[in-house]
Structure formats: C-alpha cells, structure tokens
Design a protein around this ligand. Structure first.
Ligand code: PRT
Ligand code: ZN
Length: 225
C-alpha cells in the first residue's frame, strides 16, 4: 500500500499535458526525478508522490480517492463525470483551479460538402466520437437524435472511411480537420487543463501542503499574466 502521509498527485505520463504539468509542479518548488519505467516518482524535497498515468484514468483516481490531486483536461473530467453520473458511481471532486495550458475545444465537424445549417442538420446521422456523453448532452438539449460511433482513436478519418457521417473531436489549431476535409460546425465544449482534489477529507498537514501548492500555482500563473 502507498504511504498515506505523502500527498499523491496524478499527472499525464506522456502526452499533450505532461510537460506543462511537470513544469508547473517544478515551478512550485516540487523537486522530483522521473524514471521513465516507473509509475511513481517520489519528490526529493517534499512529501509528494507523482503518479504518471493515462489522462483518462486521472478523474477516476481522484473521484475514488486513490490520489489526492490530479491535473487533467476539463474535457476528460466532464466526460468521466457524466459517465459516472449515468452509472451511479462516485463522481464528486473539488475543482481547485483552471490552469493556463491544454487549451482546446470539443467540436462537431462535418465533411466540406455537407450543408450544415444548425444542429437539426444532424438528425438521424452517425457521429463518431471519443466523447459520447458530452456529445449526447449537447444534442439531447437540442432534441436532435443521432447514431453513435464510439472511437477511441482515428476519429477524424471516420467520415472518409465511411464509418460515420461526421465527428465530434478535440480541436486546437484546426489543421487536423482541414487535412481530413472536415469543417468545424459547432463548438460544444471549451476546455483547459485544471487541477482537482479528491473529496475525501485530508489530515491537517496534508491539507496544509495542498493549500501551499495551490497558492504557489496561483503565484506562478499570476507571474506569467
Ligand atoms: O495516452 P493518453 O490517454 O494519456 O493521452 P491521449 O492521447 O488521450 O491525450 P493527448 O495527450 O492527445 O491529450 C491530452 C489532453 O490535451 C486532452 O484531453 C485535452 O485536454 C488537451 N488537448 C489540447 C488536446 C489538444 N489540444 C488536441 N489538439 N488533445 C488532443 N488534441 C488532438 C485532437 O484529438 C486531434 O486529433 O489534436 C488533434 C487536433 O489538433 P489540431 O491542432 O490539428 O486542431
Ligand atoms: Zn487519453
């Protein structure tokens, strides 16, 4: 079992949020050496352990109280929260703050030749996405019924491959959509990285450390503004 006295922070192991997450913690004075083969990195100067995992695992680890803090995209957080709400699993957490990286949007995009007027144009069509709950919330609110096509990867090639009529995927520059002959027709969620805390009550010294880290993060971000 883990040493419960140490603060456990989950960050993305390798991907778009990894470098910035580590830079942020280093900027807060947390020193650690990463061994690429290991899941856990122990800080040398503070009672902190870093858990390096896939971003999709971070919300569950925090909501289940396996780790104390997590750094992840709001998109992944919101999707997992909706999923857990629908299956009755624990889905509470405290959002400590939004961070200044990982900016993107979750958008519906259709082939260039498709004539899109508003979301009712999607009635009865098949939409490929890795974010079925966010897509469903958006289209259900517009009373549009559509067909699912759940894909964890290669979402942008689904229309060209004949798997779906359109997609709902993350966009930052728009280059991927353009390269695949797709046009962004509807932004359904705007996201940045954020830091969240487990709902499980902390011992006073651990909570004091969380407060210290949060106040340093506020300082690091303010200094850049
Ligand atoms: O292995 P693991 O599961 O941890 O990583 P992952 O492959 O699921 O995630 P990763 O590293 O791709 O993204 C992690 C997080 O970064 C996302 O959950 C978002 O919060 C954030 N983020 C910011 C993005 C992007 N920008 C982004 N552009 N995540 C993905 N993309 C992809 C998008 O899916 C599409 O394929 O980039 C492509 C579009 O980019 P543009 O610039 O061409 O529009
Ligand atoms: Zn992922």
């Amino acid at each position: 079992m883990n040493d419960n006295k140490r603060l456990r922070i989950a960050i993305q192991k390798s991907g778009r949020l990894s470098k910035e997450s580590m830079k942020l913690l280093k900027g807060c004075g947390v020193k650690f050496n990463i061994d690429e083969r290991r899941l856990i990195a122990h800080s040398d100067n503070m009672p902190i352990d870093l858990l390096r995992v896939r971003d999709d695992d971070i919300p569950g680890l925090v909501m289940d109280g396996v780790v104390d803090l997590g750094i992840l995209g709001e998109n992944v957080l919101e999707e997992e929260q909706l999923e857990r709400q629908s299956t009755g699993k624990p889905c509470t957490f405290d959002k400590l703050r939004q961070l200044d990286f990982g900016s993107c949007r979750l958008s519906i995009a259709m082939p260039q030749e498709f004539e899109y007027s508003d979301s009712s144009s999607l009635e009865g069509l098949r939409i490929a996405s890795s974010y079925p709950n966010l897509l469903n919330r958006f289209l259900a609110a517009k009373q549009v019924s559509y067909l699912d096509c759940m894909l964890k990867g290669s979402v942008e090639v689904a229309p060209r491959s004949g798997l779906a009529d359109g997609i709902c995927d993350l966009v930052s520059t728009g280059a991927t959509l353009e390269a695949n002959g797709l046009v962004e027709s509807e932004v359904i969620f705007r996201s940045k990285a954020c830091m969240i805390q487990s709902p499980i009550a902390q011992a006073d010294d651990k909570q004091a450390l969380i407060d210290k880290i949060l106040s340093r993060i506020n300082g690091v971000i303010r200094a850049k503004e």
